[in-house]
Each structure stands twice: as C-alpha cells, then as structure tokens.
Ligand binder design. Structure first.
Ligand code: GLA
Length: 369
C-alpha cells in the first residue's frame, strides 16, 4: 500500500469515528435509599450532552459560541444532592406522568373518576408529589445515545394503568434528539416532556431576557389564576404573546397584561402550527452576545414557553448552587396542559395496545454578529 493510500484510509477512519461520536457511562452518586445513579456522556460533532438516570435528566449540554468557546448551556447542579433537594425547578428532567397541570388533580376516563395528588396549590403539576423527575430510570447505551426506561405501576400517583416509558436521547451534528415511546395496559392519560432550562450564554451567565425568540404559533392557551387553561385558543396577534417574528424576550415581559401578571412572566402553552404528530419547527432562540442559536423541532402540538419565573436564587445541595429569576428558559414540547378536562384539545389518552411516539430535537448553531 502506498503512503498516500494509507493517509487517505487513516483520514477516513478518523472522520467516521468523529461522525459516530461516543457514549460513555460513569457513576453520579447514590440516592438516600441506596440506588446507584449513572450519568451518560454523549459526544458528537459540535455537541456534548450528559444525561443521568435520576429523572432521566439532561445535566449539561456543551456547545461552542460564535468564537468557538465551549460552555454548558443548560441550568443544573454539579452533584446529585442539588437535584434531589430542589423539588420545584425540575432542571433537565423528564416530567410525568402528566407534564404541566391537571385542574384539581381530577379527570375521568370511560366514566371512571381519578384523583391525582394536588402538589401545586389546588392543582396537580408534573405528575404529582413523586413524579418521573424523582425516580431512577433504567438505562442502556444505544448508537449515539442512551435509552432510559421507566415502568410506572398501575395506581402510581393515582394514575391508572402500568405505564412503560422509553425515552431515548441521541446526539447528531450539534443536535440533541429525544424520542419518546410510551405504552400502557389500561386506558390512561400521559404527557411527557423534557424540562431543560436553556441559557445560551451559559449556566450562571445572567438572564435570558436579552435573547431573541421566535415561536411558530398563531394562538396560545390563556390561563386562570391557577395557571390552568381556560379552554380558549386565543390569537397572539396584538399581544405580548406574539413571537411570530423574532422578538427580545424582555421587551414586553413587564407589560400591563393580565396573563403576564398571573404567571409573573411567560409560563404559557403555545398552539403550534402544523399537524399533531408531524415534525415542525416550534421555536428559535438567538443570544446576540454569544451568537448561539437554539432551534426546536417537535411532533407535539404545543410548547410551554416558561421564563424561569419561580427561580428565586435559593441555594441547593452541599455546593450551595443557586439560580436567579429568568436565568433560564424552558421550551417544553407537549400536549396542552389540563387536556384531560378539555375534550376540544388534542387528546392525551392512551389505550392498551397503542404506543405513543413523539420526537423533539434541540439543535445548536451559531450566528454571526
Ligand atoms: C412549568 C410550569 C411552571 C413551573 C415550572 C417548574 O413550566 O408551567 O409554572 O411550575 O414548570 O417550576
């Protein structure tokens, strides 16, 4: 073999390795009941994401800014105890069984009434007192990623049916993709989402109020004082909820608007254009300082845009880490909150024999000044 051919071969091997990236596993502590928690680090071109088995949580996402400087762009804690102590932020977690709220924790399926825990004033939030965010998932490495599995027994937090949830995280060319696959043995309701808080300048680098946001939605679901949708699909036109053209998040957040006052900022569900089940762009965020851009695509019909209004700077864990108000933003792709009590919303019911598939991708890129 000539030296030239050897060089070509070696070069193509390196490219193949880089393109396939790597998946590594390490220990990330132990829960108080002695369960080991693992963390998987997924690497591909332009992205490194760490996912742990406690809550199937995204612990970090490292990407480069427009000058090539790498930073972690999601909020979190450096150790497991911070995540265990903070029961209200849901940093990076898969929330469930029902992401966001169910009014009074009540719903009925086929004439049966169900009551799930009310852990958010009068309502149920993110699956109840011990939601999927606080459970240790089973995990195994897959090509370019990790698949997390949780079996939630019939009656868990008051929900009917033994539910099996597979959540697969994978990385590809600057993107973190999440594939959900959920089944049940009894009719139930389910709405899983990922609750990462993004700060494109980096965790701890100020607030997200300077970011420019685009939301591909013509309507949103206004809420009552308990943050439960009224059932109306309201046009965003002429309101601070209109992000159809890129707009600085902080520009209208303090406007004299009843909906913004109820939530202390943005904490609402937008009705995405396009069909439920088909991939569409939900959102784009641009941080002018770092040049980082986040594009969110999803098969879900809605997205909860939340500006971290309840983050209050309280310190958690031995390291005493804290996060201030508006220091991160969430784009929780989902079915609409309280759907079980709004028959006109896309249904969240899942029946035995069916599998609910859903995909959301967070793609990172940069934009020149
Ligand atoms: C969701 C809710 C918010 C808040 C956060 C978690 O985004 O809509 O009201 O509860 O989760 O703190």
């Amino acid at each position: 073999m000539t030296k030239r051919w050897l060089t070509v071969m070696l070069l193509s091997m390196t490219t193949a390795m880089a393109a396939h990236g790597s998946v590594t596993k390490a220990a990330f502590g132990t829960t108080p009941d002695g369960t080991a928690v693992d963390i998987y680090t997924l690497k591909s071109d332009g992205i490194e994401a760490a996912i742990m088995t406690y809550g199937a949580r995204v612990v970090s996402i490292k990407t480069a800014d427009r000058d090539g400087k790498v930073a972690n762009v999601v909020l979190g804690y450096s150790a497991l105890d911070g995540y265990e102590a903070d029961k209200s932020s849901y940093f990076g977690a898969i929330v469930g069984r029902y992401g966001n709220r169910i009014a009074f924790g009540k719903f009925s399926i086929d004439g049966h009434q169900y009551q799930v825990p009310t852990n958010n004033n009068a309502n149920s939030l993110h699956g109840g007192t011990v939601g999927f965010d606080q459970l240790v998932w089973q995990a195994h490495a897959v090509a370019e990623g990790v698949e997390m599995t949780l079996v939630s027994k019939d009656g868990d937090q008051g929900y009917p049916g033994t539910l099996t949830a597979h959540v697969r995280y994978s990385v590809h060319h600057g993107a973190l993709r999440i594939d959900y696959s959920i089944s049940t043995d009894k009719a139930t309701v389910v709405n899983l989402t990922n609750h990462s808080y993004f700060n494109l300048a980096g965790d701890g680098q100020g607030t997200i109020l300077h970011d420019e946001l685009t939301l591909l939605a013509d309507q949103y679901t206004p809420v009552d004082a308990g943050l439960i949708p009224t059932g109306v699909l309201a046009p965003v036109e002429g309101t601070p909820f209109d992000f159809r053209k890129a707009t600085v998040i902080g520009k209208r957040i303090d406007d004299d608007n009843e909906q913004l006052k109820i939530a202390g900022g943005y904490d609402h569900n937008w009705v995405l254009r396009g069909k439920n089940g088909e991939v569409k762009t939900a959102a784009r965020v641009y941080d002018p300082a770092s040049g980082r851009v986040l594009t969110v695509t999803t098969t879900e019909p809605g997205v909860q845009f939340y500006t971290g209004n309840f983050l209050d700077g309280k310190a958690f864990g031995k390291a005493g880490e804290s996060h201030v108000k508006h220091s991160g933003l969430c784009l929780e792709t989902q079915h609409f909150p309280d759907s079980p009590n709004h028959p006109a919303f896309p249904t969240t019911e899942l029946k035995p024999g069916e599998t609910r598939h859903s995909t959301t991708t967070f793609t990172f890129s940069t934009q020149a000044k």
